[in-house]
Design a protein around this ligand. Structure first.
Ligand code: RTP
Ligand code: MG
Length: 137
């Protein structure tokens, strides 16, 4: 079985709403394995690096404000095609359009507070894991 790793964040809205267990449970029940897990509040510089691809977007300031607004849970999950598998569990970026049954489809309404992040490609996963858990990618 070829293993791939991905970075998942339970965003501050997920932590404050008590949905950490729900997110982790779905990842585990899908068959993904946790290989790192940490509760932390991000420095702005880390958030700006993590979301660097969006630096020129009009929502960038709000995105960084939100992701640094309180503790989040960062984790690395591993399994076959872990990036694609976890993006499927998370659902579309806009929670109103996310399929019911996905995490965003079931638990979120606003694009700016959409509960969970998952790396969008193996290359992004490597970059993001190196940022959050150096040496683990
Ligand atoms: P994420 O990186 O957080 O997992 O989300 P994603 O891949 O589904 O979406 P992405 O395009 O990477 O956008 C990152 C986050 O920016 C916020 N966003 N707001 N107002 C808007 O039009 C808008 N577009 C994106 C969302 O919170 C999204 O998760
Ligand atoms: Mg993204």
């Amino acid at each position: 079985m070829s293993a791939e790793r991905t970075l998942i964040l339970v965003k501050p809205d997920g932590v404050s709403r008590g949905l950490v267990g729900e997110v982790i449970g779905r990842l585990e029940r899908k068959g993904l394995t946790l290989v790192a897990l940490e509760l932390r509040t991000l420095e702005r510089s880390v958030a700006e690096t993590h979301y660097g691809e969006h630096a020129s977007k009009p929502f960038f300031g709000e995105l960084v404000d939100f992701i640094t607004s309180g503790p989040l849970v960062a984790l690395v999950a591993e399994g076959p095609r872990a990036v694609e598998a976890s993006r499927g569990l998370i659902g579309a970026t806009d929670p109103v359009k996310a399929a019911p049954g996905s995490l965003r489809g079931d638990y979120a309404l606003e694009i700016g507070q959409n509960l969970v992040h998952g790396s969008d490609s193996p290359e992004s996963a490597k970059r993001e894991i190196d940022l959050f858990f150096p040496g683990l990618s």
